[in-house]
Design a protein around this ligand. Sequence first.
Ligand code: CA
Length: 358
Amino acid sequence: MKIIDVKASIVFGRSVFVQVFTDEGLTGLGECSPMHAPVLAHFVNTVLRPLCIGQNPLEIDKLWTTMFYRPYKLGVMGAHLEAIAGIDIALWDILGKATGLPICILLGGCYRQRVRMYASLGGGAGRTPAQQAAIVEQHLEQGYTAIKIRMDWGYRVDVDPEKDWAMFQECKKLTGDRVPLSFDANNGYSPATAIQQGRRFESLGIYHFEEPVMVDDYAGYAQVAHALDVPISAGEHEYTRWQFRDLIERAQVDIIQPDIVKCGGFSEIRKIAALGEAHHKHIVPHQTQPTIGTAANLHFIASLRDANRPQEFTGVNERLSSLFKEPWEFKDGYFTIPLDRPGLGLELDEAAFRRAIE
Ligand code: CA
C-alpha cells in the first residue's frame, strides 16, 4: 500500500482535519491542534505531504521519524508536532481499516470501553464567581460526574487570587463531596501564591490542581508539588518524549497531560505514556477537540491499564458532529467507544464536509 495524497483542510474556519489517501482506496482521518489553523494546514500540506507521498502508510513509526527529523530546523515544538499529529492519527486510522480493528485494540487492548469524562469549563477569568457557578450547575444537570474550572489570565500571574478562591468556594458548594472538582490556573500564579491557593482549595477538597505556575517554571512546579498534597498536573505545553522527560524529572508533577493532537499523535503519546508509567505518574491527557481529537484520545486512554481518572471534555459541538455519519454517543457524562468499527470509528459525511471547508 502507498500514500497517494495528504490533505489538511480548515473546517468552519477553525478546526484542522487531515486526510491521508492510499492507492488501495483506504483513507485515514486525523486532526491537528487548531491553535492557528492556517499555519497548521500549510505545514501539513507543504512540508509534510511531500515526505509522505509514495511511502507505505503502515510503517507509521518510520514515517513519524522522517516527519520529525527532516524538517527539524523548522522547530521541534508547537506547529511542527501539531502538524505531525494530524497525519499520525490518520495513519493509525488506516492501520485500523487495513486490519479491521479499532485503534485501542491495535495499541494493545481495551481496558475500558466506557470512559467517564469531566466537564472542562473555561472562561473563569472573565466571569464572576456566581456566573461560573451557574455554568457548573448546568453541567451537573447534564449528568457530568466530574468538573474542572479553568482560569485564563493571558499569561499574567497573581491577577486576582481572592476572586479565584471565591469562585472555587461557590462551585464547591454545588459539587459537594460527590463530584470531584479540579482547578486549572492556566499558568496564572507565582509559586508562593499557588501554594497558598492550593492549601485553601485543599481545605475544601480539590481533585487536581492544573498548571499552577508559568510554563517552563520547572523549579516552581517542583516547589508547589512538594508543598501540596493535591495532585499537580501539567503537560499541555510539552510536545515530545524529551520534553516530558524534563517535566517529570525537574517539575516533578503528579499528573502528566500530553495532548494527542499536539504532541505528535498516537506514536508519540504512547511513548510519553510509557515514560510516565516508568516514573509512576498518572496520565490525564489535555484534549479540547470534541470529534476526531476526542476519539483518538479515548482509543489511547482505553489502551492504558491505569488511566482511571475522568478525562477532559469541553462538550459536544453539534456543528462538528454533523460532519460525521455516526458521531460517537455521549450520555450521562460518559463516552462509549464503538469497538465494532475499525480504526478511529469515525467516518466523514463527504457532502457535509465539503460544505464545511468551502
Ligand atoms: Ca489546561
